[in-house]
Structure formats: C-alpha cells, structure tokens
Design a protein around this ligand. Sequence first.
Ligand SMILES: [Zn+2]
Length: 173
Amino acid sequence: MQSIFTYCPHCGSKDIEFPNLVRFLCHQCGFTYYHNIAAAVAVIFRKKDQILFTVRNIDPDKGKLDLPGGFIDPDENAESAVCREVNEELGIHIEPQQLRYITTHPNNYLYKDIPYRTMDIFYECDLDIPVSVRAQDEIKSLQWIPISEIDLNKIGFISVKTVIEKYYLNNEI
Ligand SMILES: [Zn+2]
C-alpha cells in the first residue's frame, strides 16, 4: 500500500514508516500518530416491509445506495449521533428510545485518497411520516425499497451490504 505521507509533519524527516496505515512513526524525532478507526452510525428505517435507502451524492460511492447516518462527533454517544444525522440529512426528529440496536460492522471509507476505517453501528427504527432530503449536497434522493426487491449490487459500502444481506435478506435478526 502506498504511503499517504512523504515527510514527518513534526520535523520534516523522510525517515518515516506507516505500516498498514495504522501507526505513523518518525524514526528521526519519534513523532507517533495512530490513525485509529472512527465510529459511525447508520439507521435502517422501516415502513412495513420497506427499508429507506439514500442515494449518495458524494464520493465515496457516489450514486450508490446507502443508509442515513454518519460519523459520531467527539463527546457524542451513538444514539445521539443517529438523531443528529437524521435531522441534518432528512429534517426529521427522532428520539434515541425509538432506536433498536442491530449490530456493528467494520467499513472502509476512502475520502480524498485517505483510507479511513470505521466501525459502523446499526440501528433500526420504524418510520411512518413522510421524509425528504434536506442535505442535498450529500444525498441525491431517497428510495423506499421492499426487502424482497433489494439489489445488494446497488449498495455502496461493504458494511451496509453485509448487514442488509445478513439481517434482512437472510433473516438472521
Ligand atoms: Zn519527525
């Protein structure tokens, strides 16, 4: 894997290593930086036998199906992150008590050539009110898709694809 840094950001030395893009180490000055995984959330909104998907309007995976959600902010818990992201993306208010925990799954998120690794936390939530896109820069459109008609090839992220397949298409919930 190619290194994403050429120089140490602390002393400017080229005597650096960054194996597997996990721990950056400068052999000259000892500068150390851990590129730890980030925590993210996703919510599976249910309306009877349908699931709400977003169509991504930005890379990575622009044009592919995704779920509402995003990165957890510092000092925020996972349920609050879901409620905040849902409000930002869809303009609706939900409460943490409405969320049912499903599972977690690791994901890859390549953003501007930086390969971020995340741990995605999945929740399910019933939704019987109309929704529309609020964050049009991030989301192109919304699609309610019956579970029996979900095409996994149209889903971008491996975490979303795996969880939908395992817990909804194969009914392991
Ligand atoms: Zn250095």
